[in-house]
Design a protein around this ligand. Structure first.
Ligand code: GLA
Length: 349
């Protein structure tokens, strides 16, 4: 591993980090103004930085050094995430001249665990410190999302950046994406949040994700609402009258929002079994109504439930990537062995 000093010949001025996330409940609700319930991972992206003109960055994971001027266009590479952060700050009249950085990430890059949000939040934290910018953690999350949507060109919601910027280890973050209010809820004692990668890359994720987003917009137009958040489960009969597959998409979002509210209450009351059942119900809805599961995720989740998980579901956008399961600490080893046997490609975090 190379150090900042070895790469750039000087010492860094700031050292920051930001975590990846796993979502416990509330999937595909963030771009519908709904509720989400993610928790930060212990896996971090580390960034050491110093002031500079333009970007000069070394990525330890790729053993690659790249530079870019402030007026150069995006290239479709990893440097876009850092360049997007500088770009978005300048767009908001923070005249940052650039940065020199050494980046190292522990967050797996293919499992749907928000390695990009972690990189953006770490970059913005470094720039905040380097140039004394008056930004709070919620503003950092919003800027990170704007960099990803407008510069990198991925139309994501706000969940990942908020989980990385505002989340706290040991807590799940109950977030209302409509007004960005949050509440931290302690994770249950005696249980492990098991994050397991299916090892299937999320190949169709981007096109599938965008299709789902526009289906939600079509459902809103037909129902005469600004966002699906405005609808409660009492309005399901109206939703059922929509044409296929808009009825399914809207039903998922509306019932998923309710599951987050019920799940937060269950965890606050120490009812882990109930929370587990809500995770399973969320998965069924993602599989049948939102249709973002794939056969491998089904096999993995079945194995997790068979080997003792109180709840398990796909996490993130779907179409591959990771699952999240809740497992009693005392049964974790047995769970892991069993899952490995039934789904040998499982990668445990
Ligand atoms: C991706 C996006 C998030 C969210 C999830 C689905 O992770 O980045 O904003 O929409 O998918 O819940």
């Amino acid at each position: 591993m190379s150090t900042f000093k070895e790469i750039f010949g000087t010492e860094p001025t700031v050292r920051v980090s930001a975590p990846g996330r796993v979502n416990l409940l509330g999937e595909h609700t963030d771009y519908n103004g709904g509720f989400v319930f993610p928790t930060p991972l212990s896996y971090q992206t580390y960034l050491e930085a110093a002031p500079a003109e333009g970007l000069e960055v070394y990525a330890e994971n790729f053993k690659e050094r790249k530079s870019r001027g402030l007026t150069e266009a995006k290239q479709g590479d990893w440097l876009d995430y850092l360049a997007g952060c500088v770009w978005v700050l300048r767009k908001h009249s923070h005249p940052v001249p650039g940065l020199r950085a050494h980046v190292r990430s522990e967050v797996p890059m293919t499992g749907g665990l928000s390695s990009s949000a972690a990189l953006e939040v770490a970059t913005l934290r470094a720039l905040r410190e380097l140039y004394q910018l008056p930004l709070d953690d919620v503003q950092i999350a919003l800027l990170a999302q704007q960099a990803e949507v407008e510069y990198v060109g991925v139309r994501c919601g706000i969940m990942d950046q908020m989980a990385s910027s505002v989340g706290r280890p040991g807590y799940a973050l109950f977030l209302d994406t409509r007004d960005l209010t949050t509440r931290l809820v302690p994770l249950p004692q005696g249980y492990r949040v098991a994050v397991v990668d299916s090892s299937v890359p999320r190949r169709l994720a981007e096109s599938g994700y965008n299709t789902r987003r526009s289906e939600c917009e079509q459902a809103c137009a037909l129902l005469g609402v600004q966002s699906l958040r405005e609808l409660s489960p009492a309005e399901l009969p109206r939703i059922h009258a929509l044409p296929e597959p808009l009825n399914r998409r809207a039903r998922h979002v509306v019932t998923e929002n309710q599951r987050v509210l019920d799940g937060v209450q269950a965890l606050e009351q120490g009812n882990v079994r109930c929370f587990g059942e809500l995770m399973v119900a969320s998965h069924v809805s993602l599989r049948d109504d939102y249709q973002v599961s794939i056969p491998e995720l089904e096999q993995l989740i079945e194995a997790e439930l068979r080997h003792g998980a109180v709840g398990a579901r796909l996490t993130g956008a779907g179409f591959g990537g990771s699952t999240v399961a809740l497992v009693e600490e005392a049964r974790y080893e047995e769970f892991k062995q069993g899952v490995m046997q039934d789904y040998p490609r499982a990668r445990f975090l």
